[in-house]
Design a protein. Structure first.
Length: 194
């Protein structure tokens, strides 16, 4: 019993130490990164050279097997890139995981949000399932019930939260296409609640 109390205390101290870090200047940084000492702006969070790679998704944009499981993995990577595109107002993070017509549609929407001086932060919980595939395996249709846990609109310059949306669920059907040994989402349709 004494061992459990000791471990619990150490765990609590570790969590407090991990969560207590703050920058000297304090404040909210919409892109999620505080500026380094002496910097007046935070880094954009994109990869070097502005290519907009999806850092959290190793293997994105690299050859993948022509299997439904690989299509599901690419769909998951797209969902992460989609969130990042709106958080950073940088649609180029979608290039490795999306293709037209969806890429153009989403890029235009991200540009519209950026032009208004806004940033959206949200998180979608996904549970994708393969609905079917073409006979040659180059197209896979994915069904999902997206659950948005919450969405927050921020002023891109000040970081001030302007509004929030409670979230909800929506049916989502995505078309994944296999081209040049890479799976990419090409279209998606959002339906009613699920």
């Amino acid at each position: 019993m004494r061992f459990h109390k000791c471990v619990g205390t150490l765990l609590l101290v570790g969590l407090l130490a991990a969560c207590s870090g703050r920058t000297e200047s304090g404040g909210f940084h919409p892109n999620g990164k505080a500026p380094a000492d002496g910097d007046s702006t935070a880094s954009s969070g994109s990869t070097a050279g502005g290519t907009g790679g999806v850092d959290a998704n190793p293997g994105v944009g690299t050859p993948a097997p022509k299997t439904p499981q690989s299509a599901l993995a690419a769909y998951r990577a797209y969902q992460l890139a989609y969130e990042k595109a709106y958080q950073t107002n940088d649609a180029s993070v979608l290039n490795p995981v999306a293709m037209d017509p969806l890429l153009t549609r989403t890029s235009k929407d991200v540009a519209s949000v950026r032009a208004k001086g806004l940033i959206w932060r949200f998180h979608n919980v996904i549970n994708p399932q393969v609905q079917g595939s073409s006979t040659d395996g180059s197209t896979v249709v994915v069904l999902d019930c997206l659950k948005t846990l919450g969405a927050y609109k921020f002023d891109a310059k000040t970081g001030k939260r302007l509004s929030s949306w409670r979230g909800g669920t929506a049916q989502y059907q995505a078309t994944m296409r296999y081209s040049s040994n890479i799976w990419k989402i090409s279209d998606a349709i959002e339906g009613g609640k699920c």
